[in-house]
Structure formats: structure tokens, C-alpha cells
Design a protein around this ligand. Structure first.
Ligand code: CO
Length: 170
């Protein structure tokens, strides 16, 4: 089932998510629906708050032939070295800006079978880990762009926020 993607201005995107206590049928169904929704929108990643659910989980398709379903992620290593690259977000359509992120991270999480996985991410995977993890803390990539870039997108963001509010997205 394709879920509604919440857009910039929706308060659910700004709330803190909470850990998943048990990977039960309901959680598995949401993860499947999130994958379907991400594919339909041709996204690289989708976090639970983006479909209105404040739970610590996200799905990823970084194009390496592996769809990741990530539950209760936690960084166990974050490199000091940073790299800058362009990002976008399904909740912020039409805006793409450069964001500085750690070059390499190590993420510990549970997969959909409840198995603990530790995975190192660089390049797109490392970036996606960090971008999606931020969603679980109520943070968006536009919070992290340079002041100049922020000024450039501020009217687009206000317009998006107004549209979301008009639509009744809380
Ligand atoms: Co996003």
C-alpha cells in the first residue's frame, strides 16, 4: 500500500521518534508499505516520520541491489572527516542543496528479522544513513545547509509550508 508522504510544514516531521519495541506483523507491514512508497516516489530513502509514524525506522534503496529495512539505528562510529554533496528529500520536493556530512559512519541496527547488523557506510550509503537518521530526531537536511543556500530556498520553503498547512497536514 502506498502511504501519504508528509511534506515540509507538517509537524510530524519535527517530532522525536521512539524505539520500536517489537518487530511484529504491524511493523513489518509498515516497512513493506514504506518500501513500496519509496519506490513509487523514486526515492533513495524514506523514514517512518515521513509517512506520519514517529518510530525509529527507515528504508533505503541506494542502488546497490539491496533494499534495507532499518529498525532502531544507532551510530557507533562517525568519522571526523566530512564531505559535501547534494541532497534532496521526498518531504521537500524541488529543493536540492549541498550538505556537509561525516565521510564514513558505522551504523548498528536491527533488520526486519530482528537480527543485529553493523554496517559501515561511505558515499551515498553513508550519506543516506545520516539523512534518514536525522528524520528520527525531527531534523531535515535544509536545517544543515549553508546560510547562503538557506536564504536562496527560504521563499520556496515558506510556500511549501503554506501548501502543507492548507492541505490540513496538521
Ligand atoms: Co528526507
Amino acid at each position: 500500500m502506498i502511504l501519504k508522504i508528509r511534506k515540509y510544514g507538517d509537524k510530524v516531521l519535527r517530532e522525536m521518534s521512539t524505539p520500536v519495541e517489537k518487530i511484529d506483523e504491524e511493523i513489518l507491514k509498515i516497512l513493506d508499505d514504506m518500501v513500496e512508497t519509496m519506490k513509487n516516489a523514486q526515492g533513495v530513502g524514506l523514514a517512518a516520520p515521513q509517512v506520519g509514524i514517529n518510530k525509529n525506522m527507515f528504508v533505503l534503496d541506494v542502488g546497490d541491489g539491496k533494499i534495507r529495512k532499518i529498525v532502531n539505528p544507532e551510530f557507533i562510529e562517525i568519522s571526523k572527516e566530512e564531505v559535501e554533496n547534494e541532497e534532496g528529500c521526498l518531504s521537500i520536493p524541488g529543493i536540492y542543496k549541498k550538505v556537509r556530512r561525516a565521510e564514513r559512519v558505522k551504523l548498528k541496527y536491527l533488520n526486519e528479522k530482528g537480527e543485529e547488523v553493523v554496517e559501515e557506510g561511505t558515499d551515498l550509503l553513508g550519506r543516506a544513513f545520516q539523512h534518514e537518521y536525522d528524520h528520527l530526531k525531527g531534523e531535515l537536511f535544509v536545517d544543515k545547509i549553508s546560510p547562503v543556500a538557506k536564504r536562496l530556498v527560504s521563499s520556496k520553503l515558506s510556500k511549501l509550508k503554506k501548501e502543507t498547512e492548507k492541505e490540513g497536514g496538521n
